[in-house]
Design a protein around this ligand. Structure first.
Ligand code: ADP
Length: 246
């Protein structure tokens, strides 16, 4: 198992946002987290790369990294965990004053200390993969939202993560630009990248995911393959949510 999570919990003050979260993810699997607004989806995703730190629970990665959250969790192991993943944000989060190419090489060169020439070569290949090689010297504001998000994906891939995290990657996009981003994500799933995404694109999630997690009120209410959770949900809350949005 690539990642095993047990008993994960997180509060903001008195607000218990994640309650007893248990999950398993194999290498090469795609897991989608769906559920109503405020159910804790984004907070859970952010726990995977250390943008939020759970209050308790255990996260174990293959190769032996295990973190028991709480006061005794070691900062060093949280840092090691952080380096395993890369996040694609809803709002792209590109550096506005840097070109597309500079955005993509920033992490490898500054954080990972990769040689610039090497990082540029890889970045160009990644930009080609997302269909934007000819835009490498453009600035983010010269691109459409869909193009910016594809740069966001190339930038995350440039970190050579073991796990790709997507936080509602298409929800800021005009409808006609969503498809180009979903196509790139579908390609990554075919290439067997390990991916966790929070999404409102339920049909898309059903097509590419191995597992769907339905969250409500900080709990995982239902969890399984798309044909079960989306097509034959067992829980009333899942049924109601799907009826509302489909
Ligand atoms: P979802 O992604 O399902 O919409 P979130 O994980 O964003 O849900 O939020 C779950 C709950 O946690 C909400 O009540 C939200 O207000 C609260 N929350 C999220 N982030 C923070 C934060 N940094 N500080 C305080 N409360 C937060």
């Amino acid at each position: 198992m690539f990642l095993t999570i047990s008993g994960l919990a997180k509060s903001f003050g008195d607000n218990k946002v994640l309650k007893d979260i248990n999950l398993e993810l194999d290498k090469g699997e795609v897991l989608s987290i769906i559920g109503p607004s405020g159910s804790g989806k984004t907070t859970l995703l952010r726990c995977f790369n250390g943008l939020e730190t759970p209050d308790k629970g255990r996260m174990s990665f293959e190769n032996g990294l295990t973190i028991d959250f709480g006061e005794k969790a070691s900062k060093q192991s949280i840092d090691t965990m952080r380096k395993k993943s890369a996040m694609v944000f809803q709002s792209y989060n590109l550096f506005p004053h840097k070109t597309v190419l500079e955005n993509v090489i920033e992490g490898p060169v500054i954080v990972q200390k990769e040689k610039r020439a090497n990082a540029v070569e890889r970045a160009e290949a990644l930009l080609e993969k997302v269909g934007l090689k000819e835009k490498k010297d453009f600035y983010p504001h010269q691109l459409s939202g869909g193009q910016q998000q594809r740069v966001g994906i190339a930038r995350a891939l440039a970190l050579k993560p073991e796990l790709m995290l997507f936080d509602e990657p298409t929800s800021a996009l005009d409808p006609e630009l969503i498809g180009e981003v979903l196509t790139v994500m579908k390609d990554l799933a075919k290439e067997k990248w390990t991916m966790i995404m929070v999404t409102h694109e339920i049909q898309f999630a059903g097509e590419i995911s191995d597992q769907i997690v339905f969250m409500d009120g900080g709990y995982i209410v239902e969890h399984g393959p798309p044909q079960e959770v989306l097509k034959a949900p067992k829980q009333e809350r899942t049924k109601q949510f799907l009826q509302r949005i489909l």
